[in-house]
Design a protein around this ligand. Structure first.
Ligand SMILES: CC(C)(COP(=O)(O)OP(=O)(O)OC[C@H]1O[C@@H](n2cnc3c(N)ncnc32)[C@H](O)[C@@H]1OP(=O)(O)O)[C@@H](O)C(=O)NCCC(=O)NCCS
Length: 180
């Protein structure tokens, strides 16, 4: 497991799936994600079977918060599209339990994933896509050192409008500089 100050990242389990389905059907959660259609447990089980076939480094990790002597599941995060030759990976995250938003858990999870990417997997670049209107996520990524790399103009259509999709990234030298 990957331990932080207040959270830990652990392998996802089949028992987590009903929570993911509940959260990914919540409009406030999915409006900032790639998800577009109502999601069933059956589809989520199919997704689980698929991700368990991927390289262990690409499998999603459950985000759990320490609560007294126990751990509470609040979402998941992941490095994916790992390109081992160019040493690059994409990052994705969601905290599904909205009562845990805005308390620094998202940025802590992003920090832990970056530490894992740079200091364990020996990657050089971590990047992500984020909708321009997702100010909370952008702030959380910036707190971890991500910078704006590019803009896909009007690449996302949702809620009756086109939105720009931003690409943010952090390079290993930038990570090391921040760690000093
Ligand atoms: C995006 C997400 C992972 C961030 O996690 P989080 O725990 O809520 O974020 P944090 O508390 O670590 O950081 C959020 C920051 O944004 C700030 N913020 C919140 N709403 C904001 C807004 N409308 N405009 C600007 N900043 C905002 C917070 O104040 C905080 O900054 P601060 O610590 O300097 O005060 C989480 O909110 C989430 O999962 N949302 C739904 C799914 C999603 O959007 N995933 C990302 C897809 S790219």
């Amino acid at each position: 497991m990957i331990y932080g100050e207040r959270i830990r990242l652990r392998a996802i389990e089949r028992r987590d799936l009903p929570f993911f389905v509940q959260w990914l059907n919540d409009p406030e959660v999915y409006r900032t994600l790639y998800v577009r259609f109502p999601l069933s447990l059956e589809e989520e089980e199919k997704w689980f079977a698929e991700v368990m076939q991927t390289h262990p480094a690409e499998r999603p990790l459950a985000i759990e918060v320490r609560e007294e002597s126990d751990w509470k599941l609040i979402g998941n995060c992941r490095l994916f599209k790992i390109d081992w030759i160019n040493a690059s990976a994409e990052l994705g995250i969601f905290i599904g339990d909205k009562s845990y938003w805005n308390q620094g858990y998202g940025s802590e999870a992003v920090f832990l994933l970056c530490r894992h990417a740079f200091e364990t997997l020996n990657l050089h670049r971590v990047y992500l896509h984020v909708y321009e209107f997702n100010r909370r996520a952008i702030r959380a990524y910036e707190k971890c050192g991500f910078v704006l790399e590019g803009r896909l103009r009007q690449a996302r259509y949702s809620e009756g409008k086109y939105h720009d999709v931003l690409i943010l990234s952090i390079l290993r030298p930038e990570w090391e500089q921040r760690r000093k």
